[in-house]
Write a new protein. Structure first.
Length: 187
């Protein structure tokens, strides 16, 4: 690992450690750097602020893995994301509790949107759904999954991976069943 990546990882580990006992919005750059033996200049060389460090952690710990999942392999992405949240329970719950929901939504939307497109919902090639409707459904499910994920973490991550995957499969069946009925019923 190159030096810059090692330093970013040190800062990330420090923030995660601090967030196991302190709300994100109460942690300063000085806290992070003192906790890992670096100075403030080093922090600002790598990150513009604490939010950029927080984004870097999620992007490198879990989102990059979700983006690398191939089309049709959405279950892998769900399992990876849920396992990460459970393994980093305090960090994830603290993130949800400490920052504005709008920031969290804005941060998650692009990643989840990309993931929803990989769900295997081949709506764009379905002759019974317009491209506009397909785009709407992707946006709709993106918003639904982002909000469900935030609520799932906030509630203590009680449902397991199998439960969530089963519910997503029910949604997919409803969508596909609905598209089959559309060909029989003119809308």
């Amino acid at each position: 690992m190159e030096y810059a990546s090692q330093t970013k990882q040190q800062l990330a580990n420090s923030l995660k450690d601090l967030m196991s006992r302190t709300p994100f919005n109460k942690i300063t750059v000085q806290n992070v750097t003192s906790n890992c033996g670096l100075n403030r200049q080093t922090f600002y060389y790598h990150f513009k602020d604490m939010y950029e460090l927080l984004s870097w952690i999620y992007r490198n710990d879990v989102f990059i893995q979700m983006e690398e999942v191939q089309d049709g392999q959405w279950e892998t992405a769900v399992v990876q994301a849920m396992r990460y949240c459970k393994a980093n329970r305090a960090f994830c719950r603290n993130t949800i509790r400490s920052i504005k929901k709008e920031y969290m939504e804005g941060f998650l939307q692009p990643v989840v949107h990309s993931w929803v497109e990989k769900l295997g919902i081949d709506l764009e090639n379905c002759k019974y759904i317009s491209e506009e409707d397909a785009d709407f459904l992707v946006d709709f499910f993106t918003t639904a999954f982002v909000n469900y994920g935030i609520q799932w973490v906030s509630r203590g991550m009680q449902e397991d991976e199998d439960f969530v995957i089963k519910k997503i499969k029910v949604l997919l069946r409803i969508i596909y069943h609905g598209t089959e009925k559309q060909k029989k019923i003119a809308i």
